[in-house]
Design a binder for this molecule. Structure first.
Ligand code: PAF
Length: 296
């Protein structure tokens, strides 16, 4: 595995690999502190690419004031060993000066999809994400890019950007990876104190219960689903709910409380953001109303 820290060197390396017919290029953009969720993206990239590029870059412009940019967990040596074990060909680790030699005057912003859920709680966050993903796509020029569905809104926003701007890359959404007890893997889980981690299991439990009840027809409306999610999450005294919402996916249209979920034409997402102490966790489950199938 080659470790590359400059844009120029990465472009040269990718040009020579393409000239040798070592495509297509699969790209896994990350902020590091890699876990098995990232591992599943690298594995998927390996299966369908001649060259797998992983980027590790904690992108300052997607963090708001008072958020955890400075303290975001970092462990370069461990990440590189893990990436190598997953068959990555090139690990790209630029520093902030390489990516932003001067403050960016250009931002890529997707409207509407970014005005709710995490976009409402973290103003400017998605503009930072779409801007850096755009820059990374321009640098790597991937054929495929792999994103985890734990950040389902991020996937919807990036897919919208790719369509709107005719970007020549295929976005491959990959399923959420969970611990055995249901907690969705996240680099931020490391912040959780043991008691918070225990209580955080209400997230996956609420989604699983709501999905089961939707599947067997005993939960019908979006309002009932919202109420059930809130009731189960509130069983954890440390849980501070940011949102627990029910929307169409990927359009992210909020369903009215009296909307019958089985009558919805597109997929439905139950999306959660909940704070435990200083840690804000997100999780979600998709439901396919026509087939009664859920993905938790
Ligand atoms: O999902 C993430 O880790 C980040 O938002 C991404 C896509 C790498 C952009 O910084």
């Amino acid at each position: 595995m080659k470790v590359i820290r400059t844009i120029r060197e990465l472009r040269e390396e990718l040009a020579s690999r393409r000239a040798l017919g070592q495509g297509p290029v699969g790209f896994v953009p990350t902020m590091g502190y890699l876990h098995e969720g990232h591992g599943s993206l690298m594995k998927r990239a390996r299966e369908q690419s001649g060259t797998v590029v992983l980027s590790i870059f904690v992108n300052p412009i997607q963090f708001g004031p008072g958020e955890d940019f400075e303290t975001y967990p970092r462990d370069e040596a461990r990440d590189l060993a893990f990436a190598e074990s997953q068959g990555v060909d090139i690990a790209f680790l630029p520093d902030v000066a390489e990516m932003y030699p001067q403050p960016t005057k250009t931002k890529v912003a997707v409207s509407e999809l970014t005005s709710l859920l995490c976009g409402a709680s973290r103003p400017g966050h998605f503009d930072g994400v779409t801007t850096v993903v755009n820059k990374l796509f321009n640098i790597v020029k991937p054929d495929f890019a792999f994103f985890g569905m734990k950040d389902a809104q991020q996937v919807a926003v990036i897919e919208q950007m790719v369509r709107d701007l005719n970007m020549d890359v295929r976005i491959v959404p990959c399923p959420i990876v969970r611990e055995g007890d249901g907690l969705a893997l996240s680099s931020r889980n490391v912040y959780l104190k043991p008691e918070e981690r225990e209580q955080a299991l209400v997230l996956s439990r609420s989604l699983k219960t709501a999905s089961e009840l939707l599947g067997n027809g005993s939960l019908r409306t979006a309002g009932d689903a919202r109420q059930l999610l809130r009731e189960i999450i509130s069983e954890a005294p440390m849980a501070d709910i940011d949102y627990a919402d029910v929307l169409t996916f990927p359009e992210l249209t909020v369903l009215a409380d009296d909307a019958e979920i089985t009558g919805v034409d597109s997929m439905v997402i139950m999306a959660l953001a909940v704070r435990f102490g200083k840690t804000r966790l997100i999780d979600n489950a998709l439901f396919q109303p026509k087939e009664g199938i859920s993905h938790v």
